[in-house]
Design a binder for this molecule. Sequence first.
Ligand code: CAO
Length: 416
Amino acid sequence: MTKPLEGIKIIDFTHVQAGPACTQLLAWFGADVIKVERPGSGDVTRTQLRDIPDVDALYFTMLNSNKKSLTLDTKQPEGKEVLKKLIKESDVLVENFGPGALDRMGFTWETIRELNPKMIVASVKGFSDGHHYDDLKVYENVAQCAGGAASTTGFWDGPPTVSAAALGDSNTGMHLAIGILTALMGRQKTGRGQKVAVSMQDSVLNLCRVKLRDQQRLDRLGFLEEYPQYPHGEFSDVVPRGGNAGGGGQPGWVLKCKGWETDPNAYIYFTIQGHAWAPICRALGKPEWIEDPHYATAQARQPHIFEIFNTIEGWLADKTKFEAVDILRKFDIPCSPVLSMKEIANDPSLRASGTITEVPHKERGTYLTVGSPIKFSDMKPEVTASPLLGEHTEEVLEGLGYSREDIVRLRELQAV
Ligand code: CAO
């Protein structure tokens, strides 16, 4: 089966998570992704948080599947020559170095465009060009703080909190992938490449837009009716942290189920969607709440929303999270068990869909990873192992026209 991105050649000059997540996605969909890595060491994640000595860490394998690895010192003249050749015959160069690193290497946008006017150069940086922090190096949690996620996550009586979800890294990579695909579509019309830039701050903020909505409502009204602080608590002039409150028009909370005393994940998320109020009352054995004016509307419920949640927890006390959801789903109530990573790893539905998948690896044996979350009717993205460091160096150099002798000489020059 031909894949939609087959024939698109990508120079993958990325490392850690934000860039690799982007290029991995494009590789799943058929692009020929060549990861350029420093000889001897490669992407730092190969050795970070290792679980098996001397074998590529899961941090690396789970973000670099379906790629090739070319080791090349691009600060040496010989390495630069190879990169120039590669640029001439590639479609996209993706990088997420610290600010200015590509320029310092001698590969400015102007130089690359001169070598290949069709080239798309895609970059991740912590902050966008021209931002007063655009010289900063940035990791995940820094971006979550800069993009508004940390100040609005957590409980009101605790400090700003970062999310476990990679809002700064993988999320930025997904934004960049959209930018690259858009630029490829644009190139079909104009014949020209272009520069695509995504900042981690902007990408986090893009996911926090409802919090910017809330800031404007707060400025106008002085309160936010769906936050736990309303109506009994106090609001300042900034959007507060709302704990586990639902961010839209339907209140929700994480509620204890049977076994919560010993199991840290014996909880469900329960949403009180307006139209489901009557079924909720029936499910809870509280039919009298359906018409009671203190409970009948969302506005009437808000002042005693925690009393309602307490009642629901009473109902949940003798049910596991799975039993509870099995009952509530029949009443059309939006809810989910709080799933641990262990439960997710073994979930038969996630395995069947390929969202959780096992990948054979030359040195690790088999490892578990997250496959494509995007499903297609005409294609099932297949996940293959991440490359060993330099595994495809010869193959790539041969493809660029280097002879055996040239390759040996280059390897000697670049030996570490
Ligand atoms: N051959 C020779 N040199 C190479 C090379 C190669 N194949 N690949 C990289 N390098 C060099 C670069 O040229 C650069 O050198 P100089 O700084 O001397 O110009 C250096 O290696 C890489 O620098 P860096 O700033 O990218 O790396 P770092 O470990 O100091 O910082 C990070 C890491 C992630 C903070 C930084 O890259 C960054 O801010 N990136 C942009 C934001 C981002 O993507 N962050 C998310 C990372 S995921 O959490």
